[in-house]
Design a protein around this ligand. Structure first.
Ligand SMILES: Cc1cc2nc3c(=O)[nH]c(=O)nc-3n(C[C@H](O)[C@H](O)[C@H](O)COP(=O)(O)OP(=O)(O)OC[C@H]3O[C@@H](n4cnc5c(N)ncnc54)[C@H](O)[C@@H]3O)c2cc1C
Length: 404
């Protein structure tokens, strides 16, 4: 075990830190103000594309993409990417500046791994260049979607086309003005064995019959400009070549998609928690009540100390999961990925909550990042699978290990 980052990572950390200091933090409150204004709903902050171009020129682009796709990225391992994703996580919208944001990262990995040459040319290339955005449509309101075998959307062959009918919720990214493509999960054969009923298919977002009914909010945040759409698909027709990998391969693809995606969210959550902790410490140094500076209250010292303990525990677990993914593959690392997926959002929620409390009333306002962090961390106890499902699977795996 080596607890030091490599020189390569340190160099990336320093370049990313400089970029964040020069281009992201100075505009953070301006961007937040822009998105809080109702009249700017579903619009990009005007200088967004310019910042993306700068990041691309600085070589801070597609950092999440594994070494197998070096043509489009610096080819970092998961372990190398983790501390960089943590830095991006400190500002909720910043990962898109580096083309490292969900759900595009997961969708790009699907297309890179499982897409054919034509699908890659048409959709992966513009995604890798940051020209378009994407959405992932799995969850449905009428069924418990944490069990993906319940998904009911039908994908039926009709000549050289597929016809799609279904109802989706929480389609993150679908409202982004640059969103052009959705990966839709549904059933091509409801009579097949449970795990080969599902398929994934590419559906351009402007296909007739696909309607974004409304944006859903998370604790009142609409997360503009990405948004989370409720979408209906009524007799949506796409060419047969839009199926990814082939009929019945949906589960197989979902397994490949979720490993890296889940851990990226965890890395960013650690960034949110770390920044909350730093804000807590600044506040403790500068605020006075009952004749004492906050830093001298024992309870506040304890809150800060326990927060650092919890952040470092989660960070090490996250790095350990990333390392195992690099060395043994996503499948072998599934228990560690499950562990960090359970640990990171809950840890972040506790730390962010303490930070809000120490900041008093203003801690809940738009003047500090904690309120929005809290909403983001809370949703990650559900998105990519609820805690209970990960605990259920992890428990099963551990019990199985000691079965004889
Ligand atoms: C902000 C946000 C963004 C999202 N983005 C996307 C997206 O881009 N694309 C997409 O397809 N989906 C997305 N989701 C949906 C998310 O993945 C689902 O909400 C999640 O998988 C749970 O499915 P469900 O809502 O149908 O809950 P259900 O499956 O109905 O589960 C509800 C609850 O039942 C309990 N439960 C379920 N299984 C077990 C078990 N085995 N043991 C014990 N208790 C259990 C848990 O408490 C669970 O929370 C997003 C969700 C949110 C909130």
């Amino acid at each position: 075990m080596n607890f030091e980052h490599s020189d390569k990572v340190k160099e990336y950390q320093s370049r990313l830190q400089s970029f964040m200091d020069e281009h992201i933090y100075p505009v953070e409150s301006e961007v937040a103000k822009f998105h809080h204004d109702k009249k700017n709903e579903w619009q990009l902050w005007p200088n967004f594309e310019e910042l993306k171009l700068k990041a691309q020129k600085a070589g801070l682009w597609n950092l999440f993409l594994p070494a197998t796709y070096q043509k489009f990225s610096p080819g970092l391992t998961n372990l190398e990417y983790a501390p960089l994703a943590e830095m991006m996580g400190r500002v909720l919208w910043s990962s898109e500046i580096f083309n490292c944001s969900a759900p595009d990262t997961g969708n790009m990995e699907v297309l890179a791994r499982y897409g054919n040459a034509e699908q890659q040319n048409k959709w992966l290339l513009p995604l890798l260049k940051g020209k378009i955005r994407s959405s992932f449509l799995m969850t449905e309101p009428q069924v418990a979607s944490s069990d993906a075998t319940n998904i009911e959307t039908s994908i039926i062959k009709d000549g050289n086309e597929y016809i799609i009918n279904g109802h989706k919720v929480w389609s993150s990214g679908a409202l982004n003005p640059n969103c052009e493509i959705a990966i839709v999960m549904g059933k091509t054969d409801p009579t097949a064995p449970r795990h080969i009923q599902q398929s994934m298919i590419l559906v351009p977002i402007n296909t007739p019959g696909l309607t974004i009914q409304r944006p859903l909010t998370v604790f009142g945040y609409n997360d503009s400009p990405e948004g989370h759409g409720e979408i209906t698909l009524v007799n949506v027709r796409v060419p047969e070549e839009n199926i990814i990998l082939g009929e019945g391969r949906g589960f197989e693809i979902a397994q490949g998609r979720l490993g890296p995606g889940r851990i990226h969210h965890c890395m960013r959550l650690i960034g949110m928690a770390q920044r909350s902790l730093e804000l807590m410490a600044y506040r403790a140094n500068n605020r006075v009540a009952f004749g004492k500076t906050f830093k001298d209250f024992s309870s506040i010292r304890q809150e800060i100390a326990i927060s650092q303990c919890e952040i470092d525990q989660a960070r090490l677990l996250c790095l350990s999961a990333a390392d195992k993914m690099d060395k043994k593959g996503n499948k072998e690392a599934k228990d560690l990925i499950g562990m960090i997926k359970i640990v990171a959002p809950n840890m972040a929620l506790r730390v962010i909550d303490r930070a809000m409390q120490i900041h008093g009333g203003m801690g809940l306002s738009q003047d500090f990042p904690m309120a929005h962090y809290f909403a983001a961390a809370r949703m990650l106890r559900l998105a990519d699978g609820p805690d209970e499902v990960h605990l259920y699977q992890l428990g099963k795996s551990i019990i199985h290990k000691y079965s004889n």
